[in-house]
Design a protein around this ligand. Structure first.
Ligand SMILES: Nc1nc2c(c(=O)[nH]1)N[C@H]1C(S)=C(S)[C@@H](COP(=O)(O)O)O[C@H]1N2
Ligand SMILES: [Mo]
Length: 308
């Protein structure tokens, strides 16, 4: 009997709630002590202060967050990134920020993190495939970085690009997607305080399978908008191309807001399977904008069936 349960995705039992809460309190205390003392990427997950933007949902344990991933550069199976992403080298990582900005240039991770206000944010991630989980990110608001580079008035969108390294990424040798992986947001979506760049998970630097050393997290959109291992951020006047829209425009639009009323052409989006919820893998109703009602104003007056 015990064996049967062990084999299931019962990850919620791995980190008991009490232990996790104690750890969170420690992290908050560490955050207060370390304020202003964050030096580099190694500390990315440490010292982050719990954020008001967090959901009150129970986070999935780290073991799960790092073993059930979508990162096609390392294979299309859910367990491929955990097995393959170790080959990605993140030392000396640089992010180019260009396009319609006042100060275009190349940033090291130390430069990016130097003046960033890291927070712990527990966000729900809803994948378009119909499952969801809850992840405690350490990150900072994308708006902070964009303000540091200065957005020109003509900029209307933000384009993002993942590293493309055939020597380190076995998945890019297959043409599953038109590499590199690219994504985009409208400028007001990018500037929304819920939109973060994450550099850690729990109290660890971002694991490679989760998009080390820096990835986007947009909690009210389907998971694929949250692009991993970013090397380039470009401010543009026109709506930028996005990988999944290029691959199949009928199934994946630019907006990709979590919306139970707009089905994927091949399956319903009305419910989701909460990963870790046990042997019977219960499905729960999906909430509009993944429950992040505060973003509704970004889309007032838009027909979200047309702009899916
Ligand atoms: N570069 C890149 N970013 C990516 C993906 C990908 O294949 N490549 N997959 C996306 C999808 S479909 C999801 S659901 C999330 C999953 O993030 P996680 O593995 O950290 O949970 O990453 C997104 N970001
Ligand atoms: Mo996804």
């Amino acid at each position: 009997m015990a064996g049967r349960w062990k084999n299931d995705l019962n990850w919620s039992d791995v980190t008991p709630k009490a232990a996790w809460q104690t750890r969170r309190q420690i992290m908050s205390a560490a955050g207060a002590l370390m304020a202003g003392g964050l030096a580099g990427p190694a500390l990315a997950g440490l010292g982050a202060v719990a954020s008001d933007y967090s959901t009150d949902a129970e986070p999935n344990p780290l073991e799960h967050i790092t073993s059930y991933n979508n990162y096609y550069e390392f294979g299309t199976g859910k367990d491929d990134p955990a097995r393959n992403a170790h080959t990605l080298t993140t030392e000396g990582w640089q992010v180019e920020i260009d396009g319609l900005v006042e100060k275009p240039g190349t940033w090291t991770m130390d430069e990016i993190l130097k003046n960033a206000t890291l927070e712990e944010r527990i966000y729900r991630l809803r994948c378009v495939e119909g499952w969801s989980m809850v992840i405690p990110w350490a990150g900072f608001e994308l708006a902070d970085l964009l303000e540091r580079v200065g957005v020109q008035p003509s900029a209307k969108y933000v384009a993002f690009e993942t590293a493309l390294r055939p020597d380190e990424m076995p998945g890019v040798r297959s043409p599953v997607l038109d590499w590199p992986y690219v994504e985009g947001l409208r400028l007001d979506e990018a500037m929304h305080p819920l939109t973060i760049l994450a550099t850690g998970v729990y109290d660890e630097p971002l694991p490679k399978q989760n998009g080390a050393p820096i990835r986007l997290v947009v909690p009210w959109k389907y998971g694929f908008k949250s692009i991993k291992s970013i090397v380039r951020i470009t401010l543009t006047a026109e709506e930028p191309p996005t990988s999944w829209n290029k691959a199949n425009a009928r199934e994946y639009g630019f907006y990709s807001n979590v919306n139970p009323e707009v089905d994927h052409p091949r399956w319903s989006q009305a419910t989701e399977r909460v990963i870790g919820s046990g042997f019977l893998a219960k499905r729960v109703p999906t909430k509009m904008f993944n429950g992040y009602d505060e973003v509704a104003g970004l889309y007032s007056g838009m027909d979200l069936k047309k702009y899916y």
